[in-house]
Design a protein around this ligand. Structure first.
Ligand code: NA7
Length: 294
């Protein structure tokens, strides 16, 4: 069993750290909001007061934070991970931060530290059940180290060298965003054409966007969007695809349209709701009404 530091106990990080603890690893946790470490400590983890303290003596440090900016702070601020890294340690970033951030981190780490990018696909139920899909960018040697650890969390796919995991993840989340906005536009068009919403949802459940129509149906029908994958994070991922710094620049029109819908939903107050709240924004825009998603 390994000695691990786990940094970032949000909606995803908490069940992931819990699974690693249950697998028998020796875990030290850190979170910006320290109260979130308590459930892990109650189950046997140690809590550190800074990222540097968490990482000291660990075989590997795992980061699972919201954004590239959050990762930047956890790694490189005073008391950040960087100050504590020693030869032979591995840094496994499981956040979705995009390949440019991974490249930037790699250039600033000491050469004796191995960086592995391993972002995940799946939500809270998959994290709890250990059924995440994990896209790993790493050398073969680093993958061989990480694979048994990551297997407690789901299915690791070795998709290429360093950065390939981060790149794969934003490709996958482009599809996630396009699919949810396609569902919103399909329902809006159906409303305009006078179609029955429930019948249309049955039909869409068997369409190419079927899995999204099925998994988000309860949210759409109830008009409530409790956070699973937060809309602010889905928007962050689309920006990783569309922003001018993204390389290489491409004419990704669906990505731009999706980003625009997500921005409108965020402006309507849906930042901390599930990303499927964008459906409510699209439906409201099509009728000219402006209900607040909840
Ligand atoms: P959550 O539930 O929004 O959790 C985000 C985590 O990131 C949480 O631990 C936050 O700490 C932490 N965070 C956010 N900003 C910072 C800064 N500036 N410094 C340190 N830590 C920070 O997200 P999920 O768990 O759903 O998702 C995590 C990642 O997986 C994300 O990249 C997704 O796109 C995929 P807090 O508790 O707020 O103090």
């Amino acid at each position: 069993m390994a000695k691990l530091a786990f940094l970032g106990l949000g909606l995803m990080g908490t069940p992931m750290a819990t699974r690693l603890l249950e697998a028998g690893h020796d875990i030290t946790v850190w979170n910006r909001t320290s109260a979130k470490t308590r459930p892990l400590v109650d189950q046997g983890a140690s809590a550190a007061s800074s990222p540097a303290e968490a990482v000291a003596g660990a075989d590997a440090a795992i980061t699972m934070v919201a954004t590239p900016q959050a990762l930047e702070q956890v790694l490189f601020d005073d008391d950040g991970v960087l100050g504590a890294l020693t030869p032979g340690q591995r840094l496994i970033d499981m956040s979705t931060v995009g390949p440019e951030m991974i490249r930037s981190v790699a250039t600033r780490l000491p050469s004796h530290v191995t960086l592995i990018d391993a972002p995940v696909r799946g939500g809270i139920p998959e994290a709890i059940a250990g059924r995440l899909l994990i896209y790993v960018g790493a050398s073969q040697e680093a993958f061989d180290f990480a694979q048994p650890l990551l297997a407690s969390l789901g299915t690791p796919h070795h998709v290429g060298g360093p950065g390939a995991g981060a790149a794969t993840k934003i490709v996958v989340n482009l599809i996630l965003g396009v699919t949810i906005t396609a569902l919103g536009e399909a329902l809006a068009l159906g409303d305009t054409l006078g179609l029955d919403r429930r019948t249309l949802l049955d039909i869409l459940a068997e369409s190419p966007i079927g899995s999204t129509a099925r998994s988000k149906r309860a949210n759409v029908e109830s008009g409530t969007y409790p956070p699973g994958f937060k809309l602010r994070l889905a928007l962050k991922d689309l920006r990783l695809v569309t922003e001018p710094t993204a390389q290489p620049r491409q004419d990704l029109r669906l990505a731009a349209a999706t980003c625009s819908w997500l921005e409108q939903a965020a402006q309507a107050g849906a930042d901390d709701l599930d990303y499927s709240a964008v459906v409510a924004t699209i439906l409201a825009a099509s009728t000219g009404s402006s209900p607040e998603p909840s």
